[in-house]
Design a protein around this ligand. Structure first.
Ligand code: NAP
Length: 280
């Protein structure tokens, strides 16, 4: 068996073509342009690169971005004040607070200060709860991007056993709920899970979201599984040992070029959705 490549780069590029046309139409009809405000706190080079890539993606489809950079020693109150300013700015349609923030900041409090209608990265508790209850909300960008990618390739989830390894607020937890809402049977694993290889072996669809290079071994994964790897580590390695699976999986996300481009694409898609609501 040769596995189907779930090509996030291609899927994101195709979506961008459509988004570009929608942004142009919105501009010509209303004179307005959707704007994503990005907040970067501190000088972490990887975070700076991610923020830059998000701004570039906005520009590729004709949207604007407003880059706010705050010093490493920023306090929770200072960040909250910045978020409040953006919440009250009618020209801003989406707010992205780049994760992680420096340790002295209460990240959860700051995420939750983002107005629900501008939470285009899907990081607030309110947005999570609404998504979980299948009410309108912007989904967390990475798991929502994974769902879009699976849908793009007609990967059937109904009744299938999805094993999500990782339970972080922005990835593992919302991923599990999105899969549940798609009628999958879901198992969530984490650092205290005792029998990880056995549980992974039951997966029809395995989602790696652990942040540890190739922690999930190919030998644990059964033939014909769909393999989704959210991880990215230096050297183009993900959270799943992928190479031995290329002949055994039914489908897989490449690293890089799988989940990453869909995350950014979902962020700009949701910014445009917010812009359409507020500019139309
Ligand atoms: P995180 O906040 O560090 O969470 C990691 C999760 O993995 C935790 O729930 C942790 O369990 C679990 N875990 C750690 N070691 C484990 C082990 N030995 N066995 C089982 N579970 C274990 O990470 P994250 O932000 O969710 O990110 C996860 C991965 O996705 C990273 O590789 C990150 O780079 C990647 N990511 C990619 C994108 C993208 O756009 N492509 C976006 C975000 C994240 P506990 O809860 O018990 O600690």
């Amino acid at each position: 068996m040769t596995a189907l490549v779930l090509d996030g780069k291609h899927c994101a590029a195709e979506t961008e073509t459509r988004l570009k046309a929608q942004v142009a139409e919105l501009k010509s009809r209303t004179g307005g342009t959707p704007i994503l405000a990005t907040i970067l706190v501190g000088g972490d080079p990887a975070s700076a690169t991610y923020v830059k890539m998000k701004g570039n993606a906005c520009r590729r489809v004709g949207m604007d971005s407003m880059a706010i950079e705050l010093p490493e020693q920023t306090t929770t109150d200072e960040l909250l004040s910045q978020i409040e300013t953006l919440n009250n700015n009618p020209d801003v349609h989406g707010i992205l607070l780049q994760h992680p923030v420096p340790p002295q900041i209460n990240e959860r409090v700051c995420f939750d200060a983002i107005a629900a209608h501008k939470d285009v990265d899907g990081v607030t508790c309110l947005g999570f709860g609404r998504m979980a209850m299948q009410e309108p909300a912007y989904g967390a960008a990475t798991p929502a991007g994974i769902m879009r990618l699976l849908e793009n390739y007609d990967i059937d989830l109904e009744g299938r056993h999805v094993v999500v390894v990782g339970r972080s607020p922005i990835l593992g937890k919302p991923m599990a709920l999105m899969m549940l809402n798609a009628n999958a049977t879901v198992t969530i694993c984490h650092s205290r899970t005792k029998n990880l290889p056995e549980l992974v072996n039951q997966a029809d669809v395995i989602v790696g979201a652990v942040g540890r290079p190739e922690l999930i071994k190919a030998s644990w994964i059964k033939d014909g599984a769909v393999v989704v790897d959210a991880g990215y580590h230096p050297g183009g390695v993900g959270d799943i040992e992928l190479a031995p699976l290329l002949e055994r999986a039914s489908a897989y996300t490449p690293v890089p070029g799988g989940v990453g481009p869909m995350t950014i694409n979902t962020l700009i898609l949701q910014t445009l959705e917010s812009g359409l609501k507020h500019l139309s």
